[in-house]
Ligand binder design. Structure first.
Ligand code: PEP
Length: 250
């Protein structure tokens, strides 16, 4: 499986900054092979980044989407609108959406099939808070989030889904999960997928890790069995750093 490394710019990257950053990634990525790269700028910068990445192998990703195609949903963007802009991927259920904007499992469960129906490939984020980890609830939380979001999908579309294990306590804190912690949870994710479908279909989804991935820790994390890429926040705002992370898979 080709690893996928996604830069989640969050609410960074107005037009000028997005343009410089995307050009830096496109130029620097010419010597990166064996890894698929994707950039997830804010909605407003998607067309700019789409134009810059158009003739490259770099994919475009959105950071969120609604589940309806159109309607009275002020402030929301539909999966079809994102597909029209050239997005291949959409990040769904990011912990900042869940915890700051109170997105529920039920909402995420509506978004995943809607994104696929529009031709987008969801990157479904799951992960536990620090309290949940300390209470030994990591497996239960991750399993609940996965089951809720994926149980309605039929086997034919699973290949379009990537998962991102993102422990909430590791996001933007500088404290990444250890390779051992990542391996344990990723093996658990694979088990849940096998329960939902079967072993063969469980093997087709990429499982990314996200949470304070940096050039300094990317090598040891990339070596984790059952890890198929990274979702990178802060460190994706520097083209050089992002590309160093991608090269960890060589
Ligand atoms: C993220 O927001 O998806 C993320 C992983 O952030 P950071 O890399 O900054 O921890």
């Amino acid at each position: 499986m080709t690893p996928l490394v996604v830069g989640n710019w969050k609410m960074h990257g107005a037009l000028a900054e997005a343009s410089t950053l995307a050009r830096g990634v496109v130029n620097g990525a010419r010597d990166v092979s064996g890894v698929e790269l994707a950039l997830a700028p804010p909605f407003t910068s998607l067309p700019t980044v789409a134009a810059i990445t158009r003739d490259s192998a770099i994919a475009l990703a959105a950071q969120n989407a609604h589940w309806e195609t159109r309607g009275a949903f002020t402030g929301e963007v539909s999966p079809e609108m994102l597909r029209e802009l050239g997005c291949r991927y959409v990040i769904l259920g990011h912990s900042e959406r869940r915890h700051i904007f109170t997105e529920t499992d039920e909402m995420v469960a509506k978004k995943v099939p809607a994104a696929i129906a529009a031709g987008l490939q969801p990157i479904l984020c799951v992960g536990e808070t620090l309290d949940e980890r300390q209470a030994d609830k990591t497996d239960a939380v991750v399993s609940r989030q996965l089951t809720s979001a994926l149980k309605g999908l039929n086997k034919g579309v699973i290949k379009f889904v990537s998962l991102a294990y993102e422990p909430v306590w590791a996001i933007g804190t500088g404290h990444n999960a250890t390779p051992q912690q990542v391996e344990e949870v990723h093996r658990g994710v694979r088990r849940v997928l096998a329960q939902l479908w079967d072993k063969e279909h469980a093997g087709v989804c990429r499982i990314l890790y996200g949470g304070s991935v940096k050039p300094e820790n990317a090598g040891e994390l990339a070596a984790v069995p059952e890890l198929d890429g990274f979702l990178v926040g802060g460190a994706s705002l520097q083209a050089d750093g992002f590309l160093k992370i991608a090269r960890a898979f060589r």
